[in-house]
Design a protein around this ligand. Structure first.
Ligand code: MTE
Ligand code: CO
Length: 430
């Protein structure tokens, strides 16, 4: 995949709200009259009056697409990377095109990918899962062994702790795909980890788990045993079909609500122990360096967060002023989303958005805000509140608490500046 986004030099520093609002009155009204409805057009519309090819000729038969793909007219809806984030030709992260999706489920082929050692290609017949350490009887499971255990279907978001990480020091990337696209939301079919641990028998004094991946990075993270027993899954299906290779085929750990790095892909081993292992991914990485030089560690849960996906820099308003829909996504590692507020004036006034679709624990929630756009400049924002009462902070509040050193756990409120022509840009209000 080629790179599609460049660092925006002009947006490194926050734009002041005063400056932006000052420009509103002057530029408002530019789009007036540009979008007259078809019904008023003087010329007849050949798309209505003429018979089109697709209406005249037989289409392809059922044998032409044994595994279906999207329409050719949707070929722009793909995962994309950011060139300057990548050290060599093979990118190690790409982003979900959130601006092109609706509802709450991420299609399998569009789930962002993050791998530290490339995609392991594993024949399920050759895959093994070992559970050992502080257990009564160490066990090795084949994929077929796992098929005997009761399984469950659950929808969860996975967010990389580094999602929005490039925005800690100011507005930078022009598109919610790049600022917020390290999140996906999938229905997993998997075995509660509890059942596999009980099969092995947990020894007294055990407190921690160390899942390990079979890929070249052999990723490991210390996970509290309590979390493993509470809601973790050993998953083999996503959205009904086998996991995709890039998502850990044939087996991955699901750690609901917690940072994506702990969701070990190509899961091949779980060690049971009485203390954390302090691996690379929980010491030099995935810790949050504060302004005073101390670091937060074991920051597992993902904080309450939301983003407006439309309009946004990659998805301008195309239909002109009048009835307009703002939509976006909200999620929280603490549970369900209770409410999302939307502002169109940079956070001075807030309206309650309409949540729609299933409201599931630790899943993406879809919100809509319908309003009558007068064609003037907007500073649109969303603010999520979860069922535990956590409120998404402004970027200013976040920086006051955490400084600007971190790359992880940026859940600050995002602002898009929508201009009179419907285009949108990533900005910050101060
Ligand atoms: N597991 C293994 N074995 N190897 C990896 O590189 N990357 C982790 C995690 N699990 C990784 C892994 C990180 S940092 C994240 S954010 C998620 O997988 C990404 O999951 P995804 O590729 O399905 O989006
Ligand atoms: Co990650």
């Amino acid at each position: 995949m080629s790179s599609n986004n460049e660092k925006k030099s002009g947006l490194d520093r926050p734009v002041s709200r005063r400056g932006l609002l000052g420009g509103l009155a002057a530029s408002g009204g530019v789009a007036a009259g540009l979008f007259a409805g078809r019904a008023n057009a003087a010329q007849p519309d050949p798309l209505i009056t003429d018979i089109q090819d697709w209406n005249r000729y037989l289409g392809d038969g059922v044998d032409s697409r044994p595994y279906g793909s999207p329409s050719e007219f949707e070929s722009h809806v793909v995962r994309r990377d950011v060139s300057w984030l990548t050290a060599d030709a093979t990118s190690s992260v790409n982003f979900t095109p959130l601006h092109a999706l609706d509802g709450i489920i991420t299609p399998n082929g569009l789930c962002f990918e993050r791998h530290h050692g490339g995609i392991a290609e594993i024949n399920p017949a050759d895959h093994r899962l070992m559970i050992h350490g502080m257990v009564d009887k160490p066990l090795v499971f084949t994929m077929q062994d796992l098929m005997r255990f009761p399984r469950e279907n659950r929808v969860y978001f996975l967010e990389c702790a580094a999602n929005s990480g490039m925005e800690w020091r100011g507005a930078q990337l022009n598109g919610c795909q790049y600022t917020h696209g390290m999140v996906h939301n999938v229905m997993y079919t998997g075995i509660p980890l509890k059942l596999l641990l009980e099969e092995a028998g947990i020894k007294e004094g055990a407190r921690w788990l160390l899942p390990e991946g079979a890929d070249a990075s052999a990723m490991t993270r210390s996970v509290p045993l309590e979390k493993g027993l509470e809601d973790c899954l050993v998953a083999f299906k996503m959205n009904g079909e086998a996991l995709r290779p890039e998502q850990g085929y044939p087996l991955r750990l699901v750690v609901p609500g917690w940072e994506g790095n702990m969701w070990v892909k190509w899961l091949r081993r779980i060690e049971v122990g009485d203390q954390p292992w302090h691996q690379r991914e929980e010491t030099s990485k995935y810790t949050d360096l504060l302004a005073n030089g101390k670091a937060r560690r074991f920051t597992w849960a993902m904080d309450v967060k939301s983003v407006i996906t439309n309009p946004s820099p990659q998805a301008p308003i195309m239909h002109g002023r009048g009835q307009t829909i703002i939509t976006g996504l909200a999620w929280s590692g603490a549970g369900k989303i209770n409410r999302v507020d939307v502002s169109i004036d940079g956070g001075r006034n807030w309206q309650t958005a309409r949540l729609n679709g299933p409201s599931l624990d630790k899943s993406l929630h879809r919100f809509y805000y319908d309003f009558d756009w007068d064609g003037s400049d907007l500073l649109i924002q969303s603010r999520a509140i979860d069922e535990a009462g956590f409120v998404q902070p402004t970027k200013k509040e976040l920086r006051a608490a955490r400084g600007e050193n971190s790359i992880y756990h940026n859940n600050g409120i995002q602002t898009w500046h929508v201009k009179a022509d419907g285009s949108a840009e990533n900005v910050e209000v101060s």
